[in-house]
Ligand binder design. Structure first.
Ligand code: HEM
Length: 405
């Protein structure tokens, strides 16, 4: 399967936003396209690009005309959320009724009521991550907080035994690792390491699933083991949680601190003058971790006067929809007080993010804990480099040395 090197979406980024600056700030291009060519065919990438909120919303909601399945030829993931997925059957690349079967058994566990029960676990994980930073005046927020936290939370929810956590973290890192340079050897090295991690992890999940079949523990591996899914589908589910949930949450945490610092709002958020949960929602809108998703037309469809044909590929730009002036007042401004804030950073329709409530809760707990612990934060925003993969930063150096915490 091909891996994607795109930062703001899947596959090759469009020419106007291919540079690192373009990847960090695609918003001027979005505005131009939304206005002038809202549904546009890019010959080079052989995809329709869709920019306006109403159109993005329509494509994602209409799973009869637009499938989330991968095309047989390119084997590419349908969204940044499933990047790195081996070709296992999972909810994210299936349509109803298959999709309903693959998601139905677990939906309840990700509803707000169930997620609230996980909160103490997430608080514990956050405290442990922050304890490790004690006495360190300077550190990279991405490496030390934003990457560590989500992978540990998922490991807990799945019920990975404590003694395998380091191995688990190493596999997770390999699944999302990026080449350090553009050379063929480096790309091959990363690809091989990823495939090896996938195989090892697949085998590991397979053995845990077998052990837990018939068990009564309330971890997600036991839930999957006792479901009607076949073993391959159960393994696919476990791997999907990791791939869809980790790097996206990493980016949400990073993008929040980046934006609070850039807007001079960090103290206001810490003191409660700006509501943290509202600021997280606005971060999701303003700097959406997944900027684009992919669909394939199943039938001929007219969209804003353009004729899309069965088999055509569409890239729908969540990041552009989330700044559509037809939907949001002053969309280019970061306004945590925005009400309502109906962004589509978690997608919409049947594939609406399974982990949305978990991600929100994790972000609230982690950011609250972090800002409480370090009462003076100075983040270095001078040399922002895009994190290759989704929309976020490669690193966010922080100095908390004058903190009283
Ligand atoms: C699906 C975004 C966190 C699990 C999606 C989709 C988006 C998204 C846009 C829709 C994909 C599509 O329509 O093709 C995000 C963002 C996150 C986040 C921005 C963090 C800020 C998580 C977490 C988990 C998770 C923490 C799991 C623990 C999933 C799964 C799907 C999904 C399983 C597939 C749902 C389906 O196909 O029915 N996510 N996600 N996500 N997400 Fe998330």
């Amino acid at each position: 399967m091909q891996s994607s090197d795109s930062v703001v979406g899947v596959g090759r980024p469009p020419e106007p936003i291919r540079s690192p600056e373009g990847q960090l700030s695609p918003f001027g291009w979005y505005a131009e396209m939304r206005e002038e060519r809202p549904v546009h065919y890019d010959e080079q990438r052989e995809t329709w690009d869709v920019f306006r909120y109403d159109d993005v919303n329509r494509v994602l909601k209409d799973h009869v005309s637009f499938t989330a399945k991968r095309s047989a030829e390119d084997g590419e993931p349908s969204s940044g959320a499933d990047e790195g997925m081996p070709m296992l059957q999972t909810m994210i690349t299936t349509d109803p009724p298959e999709h309903t079967r693959l998601r139905g058994f677990v939906d309840e566990r990700f509803q707000p009521g169930s997620i609230r029960e996980y909160r103490p676990q997430v608080e514990r994980v956050t405290e442990a991550v922050l304890d490790d930073l004690e006495g360190r005046g300077q550190f990279d927020f991405v490496d030390e907080v934003a990457i560590s936290l989500p992978v540990t939370v998922i490991a807990e929810l799945l019920g990975i035994p404590a003694e395998r956590r380091d191995q688990f973290k190493a596999w997770s890192d390999a699944l999302v690792a990026r080449p350090e340079d553009d050379s063929q050897e480096e790309r091959q090295r990363v690809q091989d390491a990823r495939q090896q991690a996938q195989r090892e992890m697949g085998r590991y999940f397979g053995s845990l699933l077998q052990e837990r079949e018939g068990g009564t523990a309330d971890d997600l591996i036991t839930l999957a083991a006792n479901s009607a899914l076949n073993r391959g589908e159960q393994i696919g589910f476990c791997m999907l949680l990791l791939l869809a949930g980790n790097i996206t949450t990493t980016n949400l945490l990073t993008n929040a601190i980046w934006t609070f610092e850039e807007e001079g709002l960090t103290d206001a958020v810490r003191q409660g003058a700006v509501d943290l949960e509202a600021a997280i929602e606005e971060t999701l809108r303003y700097r959406s971790p997944i900027q684009s998703l992919k669909r394939i037309a199943l039938e001929d469809v007219e969209l804003r006067g353009r004729q899309i044909q069965a088999g055509d590929v569409l890239t729908v730009w969540l990041g552009a929809a989330n700044r559509d002036p037809a939907r949001f007042d002053a969309p280019e401004e970061f306004r945590p007080e925005r009400q309502p804030n109906r962004h589509i950073a978690f997608g919409t329709g049947v594939h609406f993010c399974l982990g949305a409530h978990l991600a929100r809760m994790e972000a609230a707990v982690a950011l609250n804990g972090f800002l409480e612990r370090f009462d003076r934060l100075d983040a270095d925003l001078w040399n922002c480099q895009p994190l290759n993969g989704l929309y976020g930063l490669e690193s966010l150096p922080c100095d908390v040395s004058e903190t009283g915490g």
